[in-house]
Write a protein that binds this ligand. Structure first.
Ligand SMILES: CC(C)(COP(=O)(O)OP(=O)(O)OC[C@H]1O[C@@H](n2cnc3c(N)ncnc32)[C@H](O)[C@@H]1OP(=O)(O)O)[C@@H](O)C(=O)NCCC(=O)NCCS
Length: 188
């Protein structure tokens, strides 16, 4: 694996680019303040834009590192910041990482996260040389399940009542998925 970091990536409708502190206002207004977006995530909605700015300042720094894979998702039409996609727990020895993403509600259901993830997978398998990418989602998070399915991540099991939702404390099942380099090559 040869790290290449958060390179700017393009799809038909999207630009994926490194984070900037100055993205705070848009990120806060478009999803980071929204409890519906964070329902199945491990963080609570931000109470004010200052919290978003503090976070994005660290993300901007992180994005300069060659082993950081963390993109702001920008809709080309109108140049609107609509979401976030990243690889967590990058593991050099095993050449693997874990996919994370979220997007503002106004843009759900248009195939946009599928478009972003497909391009990220292409980059990570074809250009960087990852061997495996993991993904997981709450069993009831159908949108995320579909995104991973459409991008070729196979079902590998369910961890029963693995997570407590931050908002309600409810325990939910977590579905584990994964895609290997050979799965990707077979379907590319
Ligand atoms: C999950 C998320 C990224 C999906 O992004 P998206 O751009 O809407 O995804 P796509 O449009 O590419 O695909 C979504 C699919 O799920 C389907 N879907 C979404 N919600 C659904 C529901 N409640 N019931 C049935 N199908 C649903 C859509 O119809 C679409 O399927 P299709 O392509 O077969 O028509 C977005 O909803 C989101 O940001 N959610 C909040 C954050 C989050 O949960 N992140 C993932 C944590 S694991």
């Amino acid at each position: 694996m040869q790290h290449k970091g958060t390179k700017i990536l393009e799809t038909k409708r999207l630009t994926l680019r490194p984070w900037r502190e100055n993205d705070a206002e848009e990120a806060f207004a478009h999803w980071m303040n929204d409890s519906e977006v964070t329902k199945y995530l491990t963080w609570a909605p931000h109470g004010d834009v200052a919290a978003t700015r503090t976070l994005l300042k660290t993300w901007e720094e992180d994005c300069k590192s060659p082993d950081c894979y963390h993109w702001a998702i920008v809709l080309k039409e109108g140049n609107i910041l609509i979401g976030d996609i990243c690889i967590l727990q990058v593991d050099d020895h095993n050449e693997r990482g874990e996919i994370g993403y979220c997007m503002g509600k106004a843009w759900w259901g248009k195939g946009l996260m599928t478009e972003a993830l497909r391009e990220v997978l292409r980059y990570l398998f074809e250009e960087v040389g990852f061997y495996r990418l993991n993904g997981c989602h709450a069993a009831e998070n159908i949108g995320s399940s579909r995104v991973m399915e459409k991008c070729g991540l196979s079902y590998e099991g369910t961890r029963r009542k693995f997570m407590r939702l931050l908002s309600t404390g409810e325990r939910v099942d977590i579905v584990e998925r994964g895609i290997l380099r050979e799965d990707y090559s077979r379907n590319a």
